[in-house]
Structures are given as structure tokens and as C-alpha cells.
Design a protein around this ligand. Sequence first.
Ligand code: ADP
Length: 449
Amino acid sequence: MFNKILIANRGEIAVRIIRCCKELGIGSVAVYSEADRDAMHARLADEAVCIGPAPGAQSYLNIAAIMSAAELTDVQAIHPGYGFLAENAEFADIVMESGYAWIGPTPDSMRTMGDKVTAKHKMREAGVPLVPGSEGAVRDVEEARHIAREAGFPVIIKAAAGGGGRGMQVVHSEAALPGAFNKCQAEAAAAFGDDTVFIEKFLETPRHIEVQVLGDKHGNIVHLFERECSMQRNNQKVLEEAPSPFVDEETREKLCAAGVAAARAVNYEGAGTIEFLMNPDKSFYFIEMNTRIQVEHPVTEWITGVDLVEWQIRVAAGEKLAFTQEQIKKKGHAIECRINAEHPFSFRPSPGRIELYHAPGGRSVRVDSHIYTGYEVPSHYDSMIGKIITHARTREKCIRRMQRAIEELAIIGITTNRELHERLLANAAFQRGDFDIHFLERWLKQMNL
Ligand code: ADP
């Protein structure tokens, strides 16, 4: 096992990983930007190294600075968290070439899954169901028109290198196709330096359901059931739960088997997530794989009892998974609410000083956050300031527990999205489990706040 790990990240995920290191008896090194001098991760880690000015490009994305910090502190491994460099295969290469262990999958599987066109080819080979559309890259408007006619409108044009909800265009009619195609190509070239695009049928009312997988370096791969992530705005998840209230046992078995097949196709090592869209008739299609730990991993941890960050570290150190698929059981229901420093309905960011913070507590409530009273939320990074996770025997009880946890939460000084959660948790359709990926945006429009 490692003696010391460097965490190349900030915020709640850096805190989450540091906490895990402490529990495993592993030393931890935080890196921080000038804007994060007083950040919780820098305080909690055994050692902390400043890696540059506030902007991410000069600090948390600054590979040279991170590598010097690793050398200076003599760590054996690097954990990238999520976001920043987590899915950057070149960074993973550099880490390993410099003699450190990379706490994540092989750069090869990151590359294959990082390119959506290559990923879809692999998935087709592995027999994983795909959204109907182009076989691979679509070169010009003529080809796009042909494929769109075959699939039927609406269609969605996506950048092969896209991510984070960027680089997608929904097209409702043939007339709009040429404009959207050219726009998507141009945006892909500008944002990702790669203008490869492809086409999928745009599913009108799907749910976003994803499967958590875990693999080791000895060829063992297991799934840890699914997460329901349909509550989204601008392709950003707001609330997640496990298991999905929509998935029955028969579908679950097929879905999770597809997740394992997808991971096996790239000899996956570590924690990863296979994202699917599921139609009202419960047919489901692969959309992409995230080759990292995800924000919403705690809901899976709670229903399965498996510490995913611990297993990321153990697997990177060469350990075999200590459990078989049959031994992983799910128990009860878990929900996560993402708490963001932003206005609850306009979503305008609200950085600033937290004058008072009181976290919820009590039975079966988990809070993963880096904030504290007196903390200044910087304006340079993501607006997420923490996550509240609750667990209960049933979904109904879990919702009630989350409602009382949100009620207990007090954050004074900045505006948070807490009221959005309050209203959402009280919504009858949400409580029935009756929603798709467009539900939240539709509902926000109706409320007209
Ligand atoms: P990213 O890598 O940017 O997250 P994804 O391919 O995962 O892109 O898609 C993000 C979101 O866009 C999905 O969660 C879903 O809400 C929507 N989406 C993607 N593909 C389709 C599709 N074929 N039909 C309908 N919605 C889609």
C-alpha cells in the first residue's frame, strides 16, 4: 500500500479523498491555488503545496506545478478526483512515466472512452445497445441528412470530444440541419480542437441512468447497481438517487450486465461509470463512460456499503477486489442533493464569505463539503459547495429524511440553491418517481420564478 498520496484537486472531492487516506493510514498531500490558501483541503491534508494563481489553467490544470509538488513531497501516487485533469490521458501518462501510481484507469481505456466515436465502436463490438444514429463520424451535411432521415427527427449532433454537456445540438427539422451541423463542427473545433461530430436520434423523454463499475488489475470487474440522474438542468445533475425508482429487477439485471460488458471491453481498472439513456418502455442505450470517480458516488456507497474511493486506491496499489458480484447486495435507498453557491432559480453564481454555516446531522445523513463559517467561496471554480446524502429503508422515508436535513442546513452570507431542493423534494411527480431528463427545466419554466 502507498505511504503517501497527492490529491490533484480541490473542494469537497479533495476533502473526501483526504478523509479516506486518513482512514487507511496513508499520508496526504494537498495542492492549492492562491485563491485556496484557506481552503479546507489544504488544512486537512498532512502537507499542502501552493501550485499557482487562482485560475484553474494556472494551478489545478498546471501539470508541471503538480508534478513538482509530487516530487517535492515524495508521494507514491496521484489521485485526480473529478473534473480538472481527471480524464486527461496525457496527464495519466506523465504521472506514470515519472514513476508514480495513477489512481484511475489506464490511459488506454481513458483514450478509448474519452472519444465518443471510438467508444461507440467499442461498445457495438461488445454488444452494448447504442442510440440509433450514425455508425461513426459524420463528415458533411449530405451524410448528416441521410442519417437523420433514416433515424427520424429530432436528432442530436454531438462532438466526439465533447463533455460536460458542451458540444451538442438538437435538430428538429431537416431545414435546421445544415446550420446546426456546421455550428456543432465549428464549436467542437474551437472548444476541443477536434471537429469530429456524429449523430444520434434525440430521445424525447428518456431518463439518465448510469451503472457504477469497479475493476482491478487482475481482470475482475463488478457493478454496484445503478444511479438515477435524470434531475438535470443544462445537462448538470442537481439531485441523484440509488437505486432508480424506475428500474425493475429484470431491467436492472440487463442494464448492469451491459455496464459490466462495457467496462470489460476496455479492460477497465478502478471506479468508472457507464451512462445510459432509458426510454419509457425501459429500452436503454449507452451514451458515454466516465473514467473517474463521480460527484454522485456516495449514493452508491450507501446502498452497497462499498467505499469507492478506498477501492480506487486499493486497486491502484494492485490489490484484488475483496468481493465477488454475488457478495454485493443493495440495501435501502439513498438520495444526494448538490448544494451550489448560486441563486436557486436564476442559477446566477453567488460567491462570497460564508458568515455562518450549520450542517445537518442525525441518523443516516452524510455531508460531504469543504465549507466552514468564515470561508470565502472563490469565484474562480465550480459553484458546488457540498453535497447532502441521506439513506433510509424506503425511497419515501429517504425523501422525508432529506427534507428535514435540508431544513436543518443553514448557510448565511451567500445565496444557495437550497430552496430549489426544498421545492423539488415536495413536488408530487418527483415523489412518485415520475420524471425524465427534461422534467426539471420544464417545471422551472412552469413555475416562472
Ligand atoms: P456529456 O459528455 O457532455 O455529458 P452526454 O453524451 O453524456 O454528454 O450527454 C449529456 C446529456 O445530454 C444526457 O444526460 C442527456 O440529458 C442529453 N442527451 C445526450 N444524448 C441524447 C440523446 N440521444 N437524446 C436525448 N438526450 C440526449
